[in-house]
Design a protein around this ligand. Structure first.
Ligand code: NAP
Length: 246
């Protein structure tokens, strides 16, 4: 039997990049998956088709994670489609660089609305619907611990908040047998952080392995944390960063 047989997972921001890889991996491990997206309908449907082609079960659901009503609808639709919820992966996020002097109140709100508030609202909806054995996995960043270049303060602070929420929710939900963990990627080749992008050289140099990570390598850790094998791990923040923060 596959590791996640009979489980249902929501992955937010799963039309591209790390989220798409997580969706494909959890489906390969036997979960029925909801592929959430905001704008990229075609890319989300491609993820669903690639899962179906391999015999997996998936459905794409549009919901802007900045909107509390749409977040609630995402969870309602998941229950209507697959009848239960076992795993939430809070992956949707944004990254922007700006100096302190140039940053505005709107920049602060824009970053925290998606990287922190959406994570909070989605975890709350999940907690109302999950039973014993449930899993919440938040995608943070190694920049929540260390910020090696200028202009990333709002992003780093938002990911530090994700780590803080993870630890608090581990305490809140532990008595119900639900684990909450945080996966902190280092540089991973996606649209957000291209391996041939402007900041790529310095990021690659900071890894111990001298390379960018692959989306599948983040998905592998998420799959482990989603599985029954991780039952005694909660409140942890685990890096997939090629040794960047070593
Ligand atoms: N790549 C890295 O090096 C790296 C490193 C550390 C942490 N991370 C974190 O990993 C996560 C995924 O990053 P990525 O590199 O895969 O990013 P990406 O390539 O930019 O993809 C972002 C995904 O999030 C979705 N999204 C954006 N805004 C959304 C919204 N308002 N509602 C719902 N979905 C939304 C996008 O969907 P649409 O196309 O439909 O908008 C897309 O599927 C983020 O939390 C990021 O901070 C990434």
């Amino acid at each position: 039997m596959k590791n996640l047989q009979g489980k249902v997972a929501i992955i937010t921001g799963a039309s591209r990049g790390i989220g798409a890889a997580i969706g494909k991996r959890l489906a390969a491990d036997g979960a029925h998956v909801i592929i959430n997206y905001s704008h990229s309908e075609g890319r989300a449907n491609e993820v669903v088709q690639s899962i179906s082609a391999k015999g997996g079960e998936a459905k794409s659901v549009q919901a802007n994670m900045r909107d509390p009503e749409q977040i609630k609808r995402l969870f309602d639709e998941t229950l209507e489609t697959f009848g239960r919820l076992d795993i939430l992966v809070n992956n949707a996020g944004m990254f922007a660089l700006k100096s302190l002097e140039e940053s505005t109140a709107e920049d602060f709100d824009e970053t925290f609305e998606l990287n922190v508030r959406a994570v909070f609202l989605a975890a709350r909806e999940a907690a109302k619907r999950m039973g014993e054995g449930g899993r919440i996995i938040n995608i943070g960043s190694i920049n929540g611990d260390r910020m090696p270049f200028p202009g990333g303060a709002l992003y780093g602070a938002s990911k530090a908040a994700v780590a803080g929420l993870t630890r608090g929710w581990a305490r809140d939900l532990g008595p119900r047998g639900i684990t909450v963990n945080c996966v902190q990627p280092g540089p991973i080749d996606t649209d957000m952080n291209q391996a041939d992008g402007e900041l790529a050289g310095v990021q690659k140099q900071m890894t111990a392995l001298d390379r960018y990570g692959k989306t599948e390598e983040v998905a592998a850790l998420v799959a482990f944390l989603a599985s029954p094998d991780s039952a005694n791990i909660t409140g942890a923040c685990l890096n997939v960063d090629g040794g960047t923060n070593a």
